[in-house]
Design a protein around this ligand. Structure first.
Ligand SMILES: [Zn+2]
Length: 236
């Protein structure tokens, strides 16, 4: 293979690697931010569940306080029942006692409902907390890895850049200028492998005579269709 062409291939490989690493590197802050948002969301959700559980406990305490008050009222009414003088007073008192008892029953039903909900919730919370801790640890690990990858990417980029400069210096000015022109027009890919008589970039058939010369000589040819510089891997 033409040594200039060999160097051009190396240059293109290096440039494509550099572009890919630069892209990865530029995505790090965004990726980290997405992970941090996810972490905050998971923690918020768990905090809301914990708050709901506390809210239920407060409701229960409040209802229990009301039941205590009603019980006190009830025993006072029962005491008063002993000392009423008239039938009318007695009936009114009985009615009041009945009302208080009904009220106590209703409040106690509510307390039972809350106890049941609390029990379910506590079980779910225990499970949810474990999940949350596991997921948080995973995300934190991911954030750590992503953050740590930055300096590695940077040093790899510096190494490739150095290598690129070295290869670039070995290529003649004219060919390099041609390569740059095509690369600019073709999204950074100025070389195309000629394979099975086709240009592997645009998939247009290469003229048979040119293809034969491409395989046999060290001349540099370009695809008639996309203008990319053609090369053939001859395993040498
Ligand atoms: Zn082509």
């Amino acid at each position: 293979m033409n040594p200039d062409l060999r160097n051009l291939i190396a240059l293109q490989d290096l440039e494509l690697s550099i572009a890919s690493l630069q892209k990865q590197s530029s995505q790090i802050p965004n990726k980290t931010q997405i992970l941090e948002n996810e972490l905050a969301r998971i923690r918020d959700e768990h905090d809301r569940e914990v708050a709901r559980s506390k809210d239920l406990a407060n409701q229960r305490r409040h209802l229990e306080g009301e039941v205590d008050m009603l019980q006190t009222k009830l025993s006072r009414l029962k005491d008063q029942l002993m000392i009423v003088k008239t039938n009318k007073e007695y009936t009114a008192m009985l009615h009041e006692i009945q009302t208080a008892e009904d009220q106590i029953r209703r409040e106690e039903d509510k307390i039972l409902d809350i106890m049941e909900e609390t029990e379910n919730m506590d079980q779910l919370l225990k499970k949810a907390e474990q999940e949350m801790l596991k997921k948080s640890a995973e995300i934190q690990e991911e954030i750590r890895k992503t953050t740590e990858s930055a300096p590695k990417l940077e040093s790899e980029l510096a190494r490739l850049q150095e290598e690129k400069n070295r290869v670039e210096a070995t290529i003649g000015d004219e060919l390099l200028a041609r390569y740059r022109r095509i690369a600019k027009a073709c999204k950074g890919v100025a070389l195309a492998e000629a394979k099975d008589e086709l240009c592997s970039a645009c998939h247009v058939r290469i003229r048979p005579q040119m293809y034969a010369e491409l395989l046999q000589t060290e001349n540099i040819y370009a695809c008639d269709s996309c203008s990319r510089i053609l090369f053939h891997r001859d395993n040498s």
